[in-house]
Design a protein around this ligand. Sequence first.
Ligand SMILES: [Mn+2]
Length: 465
Amino acid sequence: MLRPASSLGSAVHADRRARLRAMVSGPILMMGNGSQPRNLPMNQHRFRQDSCFLYLTGCDEPGAALWMDGDRELLLLTPPADDDGLWHGHLTPNAERATAWGFDQVAELGALEGLVGDSRPRTIAVSDPAACARGAALAGRPLRFGRENGDDELFDALIRLRRRLGPAELEAARQTAAASEAAHRLVMAQTRPGRTEAALVGLFEGALRAQGRLTAYDTILTVRGEVLHNHSHPNTLQAGQLLLLDGGGEAPDGYAADLTRTYPVSGRFDPRQRAAYEAVLEAQTWAIAAARPGVRYRDLHLGACRILARFLVDEGLLRGNVDDLVAEGAHALFFPHGLGHLLGLDVHDLEVFGDRAAYAPGRARSPQFGTGYLRLDLDLEEDMLVTIEPGFYVVPAILQDEALRARFRHALDLGVAERWLGFGGIRVEDDVQVRPEGGASLTPHLPRTVAELEAIVGSGGPLPF
Ligand SMILES: [Mn+2]
């Protein structure tokens, strides 16, 4: 079966390659990922192409490589096996497949060593260990995915190209966000006491599949939202709980959505839930509106922290001056993560390059608990796509931590905090295009306010499971 060409079209990828080659001299080798066995050789993990390779070629076949030397751009592909027609339904020759990806010149992947010779090309690491090792041998340098990423100039150029999204990319992201919105709405409508997390995660991921999407990351759907990356779904929903759903689809050409909503299982926020929810929503609304070119992302984070700290003081959870509490990091006892991250082909876009892509030169991670988890500290540029995702969590592991208790003894009212244990967590997350007039959510109509959520939760009909 011939895979569908990327919806972006091969001219977009050809233009990206031309821009990259104008930025970086010398031969360039880009390895694609191979297939990875899961529990036996023929039963494989779902294939995901390397994002930089996908960015430059649109080719989502396993076992491919891109060779660029002088004026030459060559796509290397794995030829079909003799029995591929039987098992996989295709025997399409390499040349025909390469044409579909917009390449005039094609070779078999086995020819790679002969092509590269001792030219010592620039290359970067990929997640597939075998392809990564092959790239390392060809480039004559060590490569470890996410650690030793290879040629600095090459990946700095890729960072500069990928960090701002073009119109076609924004449209791809918008379509995936729309499909993810539909899946979120379905779960909202089916949320009620007695429903299981398993049924709801099945509905969510099924709704993405039904729209031609897979998940961009493991879905977080839980009544224990205070566990930040909770990927288990063992619980039955009970009245009085909050359900947190952090999930998004991935388009066939790779662009991700990353959306979170939190709402009451019963369909009605109780007064305490409502107060906390309104504070998180106010922080998010403020930060989205403030996401303009030239604004430092860390300042959005700290502004959101101040709004949340005001709520924490009003509730008696913290004592003191709001600015001082945020400066010393006390807000992180209840909002321990960063405000968000870049979004694009990767759900944490470009995070494989570490903070090099997401922190401006001269900026480094804060040593402070909480702010140290901030994934992004750039001055925003028009058409960057970022998430804005403040939260409020009552985390036993934080409130029972002796070192944190000691450090914030003057600020934290433990007696009040203990009455909040069992509350769970709230997060509200949108995907936001940076615009001069203020950030624009890709899903402005996904229910977000208390009234909108209370209207939709539980409104769906019966399910057969
Ligand atoms: Mn996110």
